[in-house]
Design a binder for this molecule. Structure first.
Ligand code: PDD
Length: 287
């Protein structure tokens, strides 16, 4: 079956779906996006993702020329047409197509561009990976100063992820000028200290406020685990009793090594594994 992509009002075959060269997503990364997990045909926490999409657009003064309320229907249709049972859906909204100019085009004459596609992913592969845990490297955080906006200006994250891959790791933990870990290249970073406190960077403008991160906080309350939102150093991370990352594409993924330094015994930790196994029970699943 050929893949179908929604682009600006039409469901297009994969080969035909393309953005104009002068779309502002192409020229300026003047666009925002979301990635929503699909679990057994259901969207995971999609309301929260769409809310964050609105936040990203409003911070960049992107005014969509369609109602956000139509998005759940289009998303559902994209999932249906692509027969995705497990995987993810990707949404991107750009300020639209206009002659190249740094100044915003007139929203009255420039419709925003909307792209939605969905991809299948075999959950067994990810679950196997979670049983082994992943390695992360550390990398300077050279991103722009507003990663709280989920914009497609991702080159710094691309470079960090590539550096991780080149070192045989799966993710890069980014550290700021003060030596604190902000987050992963495409995930939030967590540690658990010797007192079993979960620790993650506060949701300031230095990180993306992950939807999976919020889910873990809900779970922590459910299981009477304490969590702290505070910056932590690389040194603290290497001394932690557990470490993990969270993202819609990874859920809760145990981290066993940071820069080749084993975390505790170098095995996935029990708390991270429990959070992973219980995650969907406490998430919002939308048919
Ligand atoms: N990225 N931090 C960054 C920088 C991210 O790119 C992501 C997710 C997260 C986790 O957010 P959430 O839990 O809402 O997925 C944190 C997505 C998956 C991506 O870009 O593919």
């Amino acid at each position: 079956m050929s893949r179908i992509i929604y682009i600006n009002g039409a469901y297009q075959p994969y080969e035909k779906a393309s953005l104009h060269v002068e779309d502002r997503a192409t020229l300026f990364a003047d666009s925002v996006y979301e990635v929503i997990e699909i679990k057994e045909g259901k969207q995971v926490d999609s309301e929260a993702h769409l809310k964050r999409l609105c936040y990203s657009m409003s911070e960049l003064s992107i005014e969509p020329d369609f109602s956000i309320r139509t998005l759940p229907f289009i998303i559902k249709e994209v999932i249906r047409r692509n027969r995705v049972k497990n995987g993810y859906v990707y949404l991107q909204i750009s300020r639209g197509r206009a002659a190249r100019d740094f100044i915003f085009p007139d929203p009255a004459t420039t419709p925003t561009s909307l792209i939605i596609f969905a991809r299948s992913k075999n959950p067994d592969i990810l679950n196997d990976k979670a049983r082994r845990g992943i390695k992360v490297i550390t990398h300077p955080d050279i991103r722009w100063k507003r990663p709280d906006i989920k914009s497609t200006a991702l080159i710094a994250s691309v470079l960090a992820r590539q550096a991780a891959k080149d070192s045989g790791a799966d993710e890069a933990w980014l550290y700021n000028d003060k030596g604190f870990v902000t987050e992963g290249a495409a995930s939030n970073a967590w540690i658990i200290d010797k007192n079993q406190h979960l620790i993650t960077h506060p949701a300031t403008s230095e990180i993306l406020k992950g939807i999976t991160r919020d889910g873990v906080m809900r779970l922590a309350k459910e299981f009477n685990l304490t969590y702290q939102q505070r910056p932590f150093t690389l040194e603290e991370a290497k001394q932690a009793s557990e470490a993990f990352i969270t993202a819609a594409t990874n859920l809760v993924m145990p981290v066993t090594h940071i820069d080749d330094c084993p975390i505790n015994n170098g095995q996935p930790g029990p708390v991270a594994q429990k959070l992973r196994s219980k995650f969907h029970e406490f998430a919002q699943l939308t048919a």
